[in-house]
Each structure stands twice: as C-alpha cells, then as structure tokens.
Design a protein around this ligand. Structure first.
Ligand SMILES: [Zn+2]
Length: 255
C-alpha cells in the first residue's frame, strides 16, 4: 500500500522538491506521476469521498494518504463534531483519551423496585429512564430517583453506587439511563437492569429539554403553574410530573 511520504526528487519524471509517495515496488514518485500510474484509492481503501470530506473540512490530506492516516483524521473530525477540538496533529493516544471523555457507560440494577412492580411490568428493554437528584433525602444525600417517561418513580440508583453520579449531576453533568433488561421472570419480584451513560462534556441547561428527553416526554403537554412550558422550538413539550421534577431539579442546580 501507499504508506509513506516524503519530499524529494521524483524517480519517474525527475522533478525535484516534490512531495513523494512510495510505491509497493519501493520507487518514490510524485503525485502527478502517481495519478498516471494508479488511481488514488484501491479497493478496500478508505474511499475517496471520505478524503474529499476531510479536505473540505480543512484537513491536509491528499488522495493517496494511507488508510491509517485517513482514519486518524476522520476520528479527529468526528470529535470536532461532538465539540472536542483536537489539532490535526493529534496522536492516537490523544484521540482515544478524548473519545473516552465524550461518554462513559456502565451497567447496574435499579434499587427499590419491590414497591413499584406495576411500573416495572410496563417497562421494555431500551426504554429511557430519567435520573433526578433528591438532595433533600433524609437517608441519603446522594439519592438519585429514576423516573419513567410519565414522571413516575420506578426506583433509585443503588445507594452503594450513587456517590460519584450524584456528585456529577450536582455539577450539571448530563446522564442518560436506559432499561437493559427486565429480570426475575420466574421469581416473585421483577428486577430492572439498566445502562447508564455519562456525558462529561454535556450540561443540563435549566428549562431546556434535550431532544432525547423531549422525545420521551412528548406524551402530554405539561403545565407548571398555569402555563405550558415549551423548552425550545421543535423540541416539543415536557410532560406531566416529569416536567415538574426536571424544573425542580434545574432550580436546585441553578437557583
Ligand atoms: Zn514525477
């Protein structure tokens, strides 16, 4: 494959001070000659369209760039779309560190579902749940409620595992929680396994719904006081009790 590049004299046309690519044969040739010898991308290479997109985004990448190099730049471009700006020269290590800062996920089970079995039975894998801090909780200052899309409380984040999440939520860090599976079908009580996703770079904005929240809570127009609240155009309405929890939560964070 065409991997390496350097500046120098083309071994085909003899022109000097060219940026050269090494052919599989070991010969160093300039881009003009290369274009005559073979097409920019071979079968199995990262497609030319990807390179065109990177070029349009301002990356310094030529049509003959090695696949690893294209993938590296593509990763940087993706990170920029997610709000993380790395320089074009970022190393693989820097990229993977940045990627890990974008989201982190872990699995757990919901605590306190013995009294909410009716709600648990209505859940399906993939359903989104909404974590809401309960800072006034008498028993646990780190308590985090989990609400379903109607705003009914299904349970809690386990007390043994809520410390750092509570700390993050108090700073406004955005989390998503999804039902992974319902367990215990052959026992008396059902349980709920969940997937929790933390987005260290995203913050909950007071009074503004994320599209995810909004989609989940579109069921009924909400009222807080007397007026329906519309978080932002096109995002729909908060619904019912979930809206009030979210507004209370936002108030608790931002006064
Ligand atoms: Zn040449």
């Amino acid at each position: 494959m065409l991997g390496r590049a350097k500046k120098g004299t083309c071994e085909t046309c003899g022109k000097s001070n060219r940026s050269l690519r090494r052919l599989d044969s070991g010969q160093w040739v300039c881009h003009t000659c290369l274009r005559e010898i073979r097409p920019a991308r071979a079968k199995g290479d990262v497609p030319l369209a990807t390179i065109r997109r990177l070029q349009a985004a301002g990356f310094h990448v030529d049509d003959y760039a090695a696949n690893d190099e294209v993938r590296r730049l593509k990763a940087i471009e993706n990170l920029r779309h997610q709000g993380v700006h790395l320089p074009e020269s970022a190393t693989a290590e820097q990229i993977s560190a940045a990627l890990s800062s974008i989201s982190r996920e872990w699995y757990d089970k919901i605590a306190g579902v013995s009294r909410t079995q009716r709600l648990v039975r209505s859940l399906d894998p993939g359903d989104q749940l909404f974590p809401v801090r309960d800072p006034g909780n008498r028993y646990d200052a780190n308590a985090i409620k989990l609400l379903n899309e109607d705003g009914d409380q299904v349970g809690w984040i386990r007390a043994e595992a809520n410390g750092s999440m509570a700390h993050d939520m108090d700073k406004g860090v955005y989390h998503e929680v999804f039902v992974k599976e319902i367990t215990g079908h052959y026992q008396r009580l059902l349980g709920v396994n969940i997937r929790i996703v933390k987005y260290p770079n995203r913050r909950i904005q007071p009074g503004v719904a994320t599209p995810e929240m909004s989609a989940a809570m579109r069921k009924a127009p909400a009222t807080v006081g007397t007026a329906p609240i519309k978080p932002s155009p096109g995002l729909g309405y908060f619904a019912g009790r979930a809206a009030r929890y979210l507004v209370d939560y936002a108030k608790s964070l931002f006064g």
